[in-house]
Design a binder for this molecule. Sequence first.
Ligand SMILES: [Zn+2]
Length: 379
Amino acid sequence: MKPLRRWPLHPAPREGEALSSWLHRIACCYQMNVRDLLQHDLNFNQTHDLDLRPPVALLEMLAQRSGVELALLRSMTLAGWTPWLLDSLDPDPLAFDAYSRQFSVLLPLYKRPARIVSCWTAWLPKQAIRRACPECIGQSENKVWLLMWQLPLLLSCPQHGCWLEPYFGVSNTFIGWETEKLSRPANKNITKMDRRTWQALSMGQVKLPNRSIHAGLWFRLLRTVLEELNTPLSRCSSQAQDIRFIWESCGYPVRAGRRIWQPYETLSLDIQLQMLEATATAMHLIETGRLIAQGEQAKLLRPEPSKKIDEGHCSTKQLNHWEMALAAAEEAVASARHNPEAAQALFNAITLGCRTAEFIRRTQALLSEIGIPSMGDHI
Ligand SMILES: [Zn+2]
């Protein structure tokens, strides 16, 4: 097929920009809207869910028209964030437990009930979220809307340190701010958490007090704490007072006043924001030693141990175990992508001790998703 010619005008995507925002800016160059641009120029009729999982054929045409790398265009959609931010966009009744019960921070894992949630996707809100940073939007005429503003993942703008504010809009068109009081500074617990989340999004790593961790681990830690803060106190036994202390410290009722459990993603935005703020508070309390959290991964948030302890005969090694394990896992995955023997060894290691048909199916799906050929022929 003949390659498409470049558009004469095509502003470059900005860091973190949503695909719909970029297309809107291109369409404006030609005094068009996005629908007309896609219909008349690319013969493409779908304009909804452009930021979720647009067809590959559309992204390929956009890459030809603009010269922007396909991988960058993909990262402007949520599909481009698998498997780091979310495991998959396909429905899977076991996805919820696999994502949010993999780790523990505030509560030992056994205190959190296992749950099967149908049609659940990590971080994907049930209703569209329209929030933006007033400073970012106010600074330029060519307004850039970030993909992550659409998710209940950030409370503030990592660059300006102010709250993301709700706005009125139709599709991707900004009509006006919902509130008159704009550019409210967020507190330091919130800005610290959000800047770490931005590091994960922009650099793939997050610097914590003790070490750097992979972005995928950071997003799952965040989602874990949100889930723990949403656990009925009756399940928390001796940790109930910790959970209560966190909620009191940020001035909200326990579980943001909720009595019935619902996945975080399906809650209203007001409740989600309170839960995110409680998560920022919990992380701050752990990091400052005011809360001794009982979960396995709480140690990742604790400050650097004192020199005395660090220089002990085995503590440095212990601290490095997690990093080494992550590095080894990344190496194994990279090798398995093109080496069948390595792929088989990785598959065997993952399924060691659990070879039920369901677990094997899920493992195959996960490996396939991260670019490792199916192991079906080797079982
Ligand atoms: Zn900003």
